[in-house]
Design a protein around this ligand. Structure first.
Ligand SMILES: NC(=O)C1=CN([C@@H]2O[C@H](COP(=O)(O)OP(=O)(O)OC[C@H]3O[C@@H](n4cnc5c(N)ncnc54)[C@H](O)[C@@H]3O)[C@@H](O)[C@H]2O)C=CC1
Ligand SMILES: CC(C)CC(=O)C(=O)O
Ligand SMILES: [Mg+2]
Length: 346
């Protein structure tokens, strides 16, 4: 049987371009010869916007649908008004392709730095809702720019949207050895959205008697991410809380340069999109300091999603071995990519 991967690549802005180049290098190196890899690069991001004023034209959105998956670097640049690309390109993709499961695993690899005492055993996954919450653009501003300005940014939560992501999280928890699922929200204050989440969570829990469940308010969850991260196995939460918690998760488990993610469309109606958790890091773009490992681990998630499990494991093992061997000597983005490409090929 001949196998192939038809991959869309959106390098995007800042370090996005640098880390995606390394991700592709490792992807090419890990694939067996009988797998045909076709890539198509999409020129989307700040440069395109400056040139044409476009963020994500319909023709490109249509074309992106024809791929097996998307590899994205990062979107956003200080030269573009805040939100234009983040909303008009990145979130537009996540919403248009119904990426309702934003999967963000955290693992403390050997020999990596953590600010936490005692190197706790961190191995959890955040299932962040990806299409609703306060990120839908459901807001507005009155008397803009005046001292009497009023702004709203309403969090949208539908029973349909919450139930499908909660179900996905229960299924993931049931498939893991510890079988534990924590709902994180803020239902002591956000009573409407919070109770919708909690009620659906409790109802679906009845179908999973083997899964231990837990609930934490998001503020308390931040305490436990730092003091007791080993208590977490699978976490399900809304779009905003999940965004914030996963940067914190990255910071305690080796750094933002190691944090991978997948924007999954579980129904397979649209291509899923894989990207590092971090952004375009304008402060280090062009310096060679960007760690491409997060993107390379996102490539592993992409391969697993497409059914290339052995290749995904090879990348994860190569990263683990590479991190174990790091002695603190600075290596450029390219050097890390080259090393990992050699490791996965060997
Ligand atoms: N998925 C995406 O495309 C995302 C885009 N952004 C956008 O990126 C731009 C910058 O956002 P920030 O808030 O500064 O977040 P950021 O994640 O780009 O950077 C935060 C800090 O982490 C460091 N960092 C990030 N990735 C790193 C890597 N691979 N290796 C080493 N250090 C790394 C940066 O140097 C910076 O000090 C903004 O325009 C923002 O909207 C932010 C987050 C996600
Ligand atoms: C730039 C945001 C829209 C995305 C973000 O910070 C994230 O998905 O982690
Ligand atoms: Mg974020």
């Amino acid at each position: 049987m001949s196998r192939s991967i038809n991959l869309a690549v959106i390098p995007g802005d800042g370090i996005g371009q640098e880390v995606v180049a390394q991700g592709l290098k490792v992807l090419s190196a890990v694939l067996p010869q009988d797998v045909k890899l076709e890539t198509k690069a999409y020129d989307l991001g700040a440069q395109r916007w400056h040139r044409t004023g476009e963020t994500l034209p319909d023709a490109e959105l249509e074309s992106l649908k024809n791929h097996d998956a998307i590899l994205l670097g990062a979107i956003g640049d200080p030269s573009v008004p805040s939100g234009v690309l983040e909303r008009g390109l990145l979130l537009k993709l996540r919403f248009a392709f119904d990426h309702y499961v934003n999967l963000r695993p955290s693992k403390l690899f050997p020999n990596t730095t953590t600010p936490l005492a005692g190197r706790p055993d961190i191995d959890f996954v955040v299932v962040r809702e990806g299409t609703e919450g306060p990120y839908t653009g459901n807001g507005g501003s009155l008397r803009t720019g005046t001292p009497a300005e009023v702004a709203t940014e309403v969090s949208l939560n539908t029973a349909y949207g919450v139930e499908r992501v909660v179900r996905d999280a229960f299924a993931r928890a049931a498939a893991r050895p510890r079988k534990k699922l924590t709902l994180v929200h803020k239902n002591n204050v956000l009573v409407y959205a919070g109770h919708l989440w909690k009620n659906i969570f409790d109802r679906v829990a009845q179908e999973y008697p083997d899964v231990t469940t837990d609930y934490l308010h998001v503020d308390a969850a931040t305490i436990f991410f730092v003091t007791q991260p080993e208590r977490f196995d699978v976490i399900v939460t809304d779009n905003l809380f999940g965004d914030i918690l996963t940067d914190l998760a990255a910071a305690v488990s080796g750094g933002i340069g190691l944090a991978a993610s997948g924007n999954i469309n579980p129904t397979g109606d649209f291509p899923s999109m894989f990207e590092p958790v971090h952004g375009s890091a304008p402060d280090i773009a062009g310096t060679g300091k960007a760690d491409p490992t997060a993107t390379i681990l996102s490539v592993a998630l992409l391969l697993r999603h497409l059914g290339f499990e052995p290749e995904a494991v090879r990348i994860e093992e190569a990263v683990s071995a590479d991190l174990a061997g790091r002695d603190g000597t600075f290596r450029t983005t390219d050097e890390i990519g080259d090393t990992l490409a050699v490791r996965v090929a060997g």
